[in-house]
Design a protein around this ligand. Structure first.
Ligand SMILES: [Zn+2]
Length: 345
């Protein structure tokens, strides 16, 4: 609690974008506990520990609930298992630090784990009971991509799911040490990897590499919004400008450079709007509103093949007519466009 008495959740958004689907959750990451010997074993022995199920970019929801995704106002909870249910299958299935679980943190007295079915299935050392449980889980639950689930979940569960998906995708994609090429194993309750060492005996601790990307709502002096079309997108689909931060570059430079490259606009003042993880596979989207100093758009013709300024009236009419489609409900772009427009879409 601050001096003024205001309570902030750990992921509270304090920028102008007051809600972003993947930046929710109020779970204490409890980072100090991650290196405790036997932490995962200990948590699995606690009756109160909750477990969610993850597999790459997908999370498990109760059977029959998956079809609710995309329906306006539908609420979907994650499928959760009591940790005690996993004790038998997990006991002795691997050596301790390779348990295919991530410790996601605690909410009050309750600890949360994610069981990663990708890790279960990838690992030769996993024994039959756990493999059977993983196969059963594939059948007994519906599986939703995080992007499909997030708009329907409660904040705490969306926060848990986002962390679990980010870790699952990282472990799935990085099976070997990028420094020495040796195999890696999860450690620190899933938040790091330890490489098994090269011939000279070096071992490295590896952490997820997050790739920042900037995304900008560019407006002109009349407060018209720039929306552009990427060559790879379906006709009619448009979004705001975005791109990855390059080596040795700061965020502001990336905003100006990407905008100049894609649409030939020179930006003046800019303002930070907010950020949210986009773990597909490892991005962090950092959003800005920026004002263009010129209005003569010049698309690069390679990545971007069309871009236009929209007044609110033009935008609303194009959307209503079906001529214009905009990004989905889990994306930061959607909320940037809504913030400019002044209402939900
Ligand atoms: Zn290594």
């Amino acid at each position: 609690m601050s001096d003024s008495g205001t309570v902030f959740s750990p992921l509270a958004l304090t920028g102008p974008l007051s809600f972003l689907p993947l930046a929710q959750g109020d779970v204490d990451y409890d980072t100090a506990s991650r290196q405790q010997p036997g932490l995962l074993d200990h948590l699995l022995d606690q009756d109160g520990t909750g477990v969610i199920l993850v597999r790459g970019d997908r999370v498990a929801v109760p059977r029959g609930k998956g079809v609710l995704s995309g329906r306006t106002g539908a609420s979907i909870r994650l499928a959760t298992l009591p940790a005690t249910y996993l004790r038998g299958p997990l006991a002795g299935s691997t050596d301790r630090f390779e348990l295919p679980c991530y410790y996601l943190g605690k909410a009050g007295q309750q600890a949360w784990l994610a069981l990663d079915l990708n890790l279960v299935c990838a690992h030769r050392a996993v024994q039959a009971p756990l493999r059977d449980l993983a196969q059963a889980a594939d059948q007994r639950f519906d599986w939703l991509a995080l992007r499909e689930y997030a708009p329907h979940g409660r904040p705490r569960q969306v926060g848990l799911a986002t962390c679990a998906v980010a870790l699952s995708i990282w472990h799935e994609r990085q099976a070997f040490c990028p420094r020495c090429g040796a195999p890696v194993h999860p450690c620190q309750a899933g938040w790091a990897q330890i490489c098994q060492g090269n011939a000279s005996g070096d071992k490295h601790t590896l952490f997820p590499r997050i790739e920042p990307a900037v995304i900008m709502a560019v407006v002109d002096g009349r407060d018209r919004l720039l929306l552009q079309h990427n060559r790879k997108w379906a006709p009619g689909f448009r979004s705001v400008t975005a791109g990855f931060v390059e080596a040795g570059e700061n965020l502001e430079h990336a905003v100006r450079r990407e905008t100049m490259e894609e649409v030939g606009l020179n930006l003046g003042e800019m303002r930070y709007l907010g950020s949210q993880p986009w773990p597909f596979p490892s991005s962090l989207m950092v959003a800005f509103r920026a004002r263009s100093l010129n209005t003569n758009i010049r698309v690069d013709g390679e990545e971007t093949d069309e871009a236009n300024w929209f007044t609110r009236e033009e935008f609303g009419a194009a959307l209503a007519s079906g001529r214009l489609r905009i990004p989905q409900a889990a994306s930061v772009a959607r909320y940037m466009i809504e913030q400019w427009y002044g209402s939900e879409l």
